[in-house]
Design a protein around this ligand. Structure first.
Ligand SMILES: NC(=O)c1ccc[n+]([C@@H]2O[C@H](COP(=O)([O-])OP(=O)(O)OC[C@H]3O[C@@H](n4cnc5c(N)ncnc54)[C@H](O)[C@@H]3O)[C@@H](O)[C@H]2O)c1
Length: 243
């Protein structure tokens, strides 16, 4: 088991990619705080996991989430800032409200997570690590996703900046950039046969990804296997960005 004696927080763990990451971390021996803005209907083994409600757009709630993890399990080794929303809309039709909401959740939330987790690790002298969820849209364009793309590009640069700031403390910070993954977020667009075919055709490996594809990358980054890896972005995209 790769995460024995480690304590992790995963935001957006109520479904999709976050749930797959949290479940894999538990299977690998970690104690995990599953967090989400919505209370999920699944049960957790209290010896290994706990649910803490948190809206990542609120910095006080994110601070409280990290505090709750330390109180419950005694320490924090791994912070996965995964919570995010999809946001459709091109540059001409993105409203102020859409722009602000998307930034608050997808970018501010990741900043709040890195700051809170970094401070908790620093205070306890823990050489932990932070994983931020970006996207292929953080580095390549896609029509009709202006606010979303801006947040995911921001996550990449925030990851670089935080990695440099926290490296002297031995804390690693990395990002994952998934391609198109079958989750609630993409359910509606992937249900459209034309869109689905377009994604498959443009993905060199010829398929849409699964949440576990991303969880395996998170496990690598969270574990000591990645002890010399910081400030990097791992693309798990079936080859999308290689074209
Ligand atoms: N699915 C994809 O194709 C894909 C591709 C690239 C990146 N991502 C990113 O992966 C992450 C997870 O997305 P997913 O595909 O699993 O979607 P999902 O909708 O299944 O899961 C997102 C989770 O985040 C939670 N959430 C939403 N707003 C929140 C908030 N304010 N505070 C806390 N939790 C909140 C939701 O309740 C949900 O459980 C997101 O950051 C997303 O942008 C997804």
């Amino acid at each position: 088991m790769k995460l024995e004696n480690k304590v992790a927080v995963v935001t957006g763990a109520g479904s999709g990619i976050g749930l797959a990451i949290a479940n894999l971390f538990v299977a690998e021996g970690a104690k995990v705080v599953y967090s989400d803005v919505n209370v999920p209907n699944f049960k957790l083994d209290p010896a290994k996991a706990v649910f803490v409600k948190c809206d990542v757009a609120d910095s006080l709630e994110v601070d409280a989430l990290v505090k709750a993890a330390v109180e419950k399990f005694g320490r924090l080794d791994i912070m996965v800032s995964n919570a995010g929303i999809g946001s459709l809309g091109g540059i001409l039709d993105t409203t102020d409200a859409d722009w602000e909401k998307t930034l608050r959740i997808n970018l501010f939330g990741v900043f709040y997570g890195a700051r809170a987790a970094g401070n908790a690790m620093k205070a306890a002298g823990i050489k932990g690590n932070i994983i931020n969820m970006s996207s292929i849209l953080g580095s390549v364009g896609f029509p009709g996703a202006a606010a979303y793309s801006a947040t995911k590009g921001g996550v990449v640069q925030l990851t670089h900046a935080a990695a440099l700031d926290l490296a002297p403390l031995g804390i690693r910070v990395n990002a994952i950039a998934p391609g198109f993954i079958a989750t609630n977020m993409t359910k509606a667009v992937l249900a459209d046969e034309n869109f689905n075919n377009m994604i498959k055709t443009n993905t060199p490996l010829g398929r849409v990804g699964e949440p576990d594809d991303i969880a395996q990358a998170a496990l690598y980054l969270a574990s000591d296997d990645a002890k010399y890896v910081t400030g990097t972005v791992i693309y798990v995209d079936g080859g999308w960005t290689a074209r």
